[in-house]
Design a protein around this ligand. Structure first.
Ligand code: XMP
Length: 332
């Protein structure tokens, strides 16, 4: 590229906040032009997690350069129920993207087996992700660019030293790409507005935050496949019921945790020894502090009834009443 590098671009001081479909469309038109100029006839690689930022980047690139984009979706086994299917349906079937789906479930879960330390779990998940992605990248020829869903708060936070710019780098030295960061000057709400204008479904654009290590941090201690499945099924029920009862989009973050202990119960007249499911539903502005949502009691009873009858291996449901601090939002 001549002149200013894409990665040096900053949000103009006087930039109008993108709050309407018209402003979103204007941004899209401009980005499509810039992306075509930058990329030319070369190929771009993208790690598509299905999260808001990478999904919007994918949709922008599909519009700008079509099948010059190679989107790689790694299923690490720690995604929510239906997520890998949604990514494939939206991007491959509907948007006709060049999507590489990598089923790495066994690889991740085998590596994580017996590992109980939360930070070690995070390191394994992060490290393995880079390895799987790098392997896929090496299989592809002629890739010049790497697209990333970096957004403006990421840049500001890494400049202030609050958090490392988690998107940047991480790939081994033999994989050197020029970066493409089409949403780097946008705030999160603007990324969502752009995503909507690009035709992405609301369930993708307006979804609640979901941690990179996924359900792995909601299956505290050493992850086992059966307990992970209980977390996933209980989470799907919680999300379905919150959506049906008008809490989706109102509560900031809600999920289930299945701790690594069992307690005595009764099922079909017989003693059983099974896990509890913990429900957590919190509101916050910046995730630094959080308050607990006052979920209607009747709804909690209904969700409990569904979880204890539908989720294998579970005989109790608990609600976490703890604000942050003292508790963090996640359990690990
Ligand atoms: P805590 O548990 O620290 O969570 O109160 C605050 C917010 O950050 C999310 N979170 C993570 N996100 N990788 C992520 O991408 C992580 O390792 C991680 N840990 C926590 C959490 O879901 C909440 O929204």
């Amino acid at each position: 590229m001549e002149g200013k590098r894409m990665t040096d671009i900053r949000r103009p001081e006087n930039m109008e906040r993108i709050t309407t479909p018209e402003l979103a469309q204007a941004f899209i038109d401009e980005q499509v032009k810039l992306l075509r100029e930058q990329i030319g006839s070369d190929k771009v690689l993208l790690a598509l997690s299905g999260g808001v930022d990478s999904s919007v980047v994918a949709a922008l690139l599909i519009k700008a350069v079509g099948d010059q984009l190679v989107a790689v979706h790694v299923n690490h086994g720690l995604l929510r129920k239906g997520e890998p299917e949604q990514v494939q349906r939206v991007f491959r079937d509907e948007m006709k993207a060049n999507l590489v789906y990598v089923d790495a479930v066994d690889r991740f879960l085998d590596k994580l087996a017996g590992v109980s330390d939360p930070e070690q779990k995070r390191m394994i998940i992060g490290g393995e992700f880079i390895e799987v992605f790098a392997e896929e990248a090496r299989k592809l020829d002629g890739i010049k660019f790497l697209a990333q869903g970096t957004i403006w708060p990421d840049i500001l936070e890494s400049e202030k030293g609050i958090k490392a710019h988690h998107n940047a780098g991480g790939l081994p030295d033999d994989l050197r790409f020029e970066l493409v960061e089409p949403v780097r000057i946008l705030f999160k709400d603007e990324v969502r507005a752009v995503g909507s204008a690009l035709g992405l479904p609301d369930s993708m654009v307006y979804r609640q935050p979901f941690p990179g290590p996924g359900l792995g941090v909601r299956c505290p201690g050493a992850i086992t496949r059966d307990r992970l499945e209980a977390v996933r099924e209980a989470d799907a029920i919680l999300r379905e019921e919150f959506a049906k009862n008008g809490l989706e989009g109102k509560v900031w973050q809600y999920f289930t945790v299945v701790p690594d202990f069992k307690s005595t119960g009764i099922k079909d007249g017989e003693r059983c020894f099974e896990w509890p499911v913990i429900i957590r539903a919190v509101n916050t502005r910046d995730a630094m502090t959080a308050t607990v949502e006052n979920v209607p009691f009747d709804l909690m009873k209904h969700i409990t009834q569904r979880i204890i009858t539908e989720v294998k291996g579970v005989n109790r449901v608990l609600y976490d009443f703890t604000p942050k601090p003292t508790a963090t939002i996640e359990y690990e």
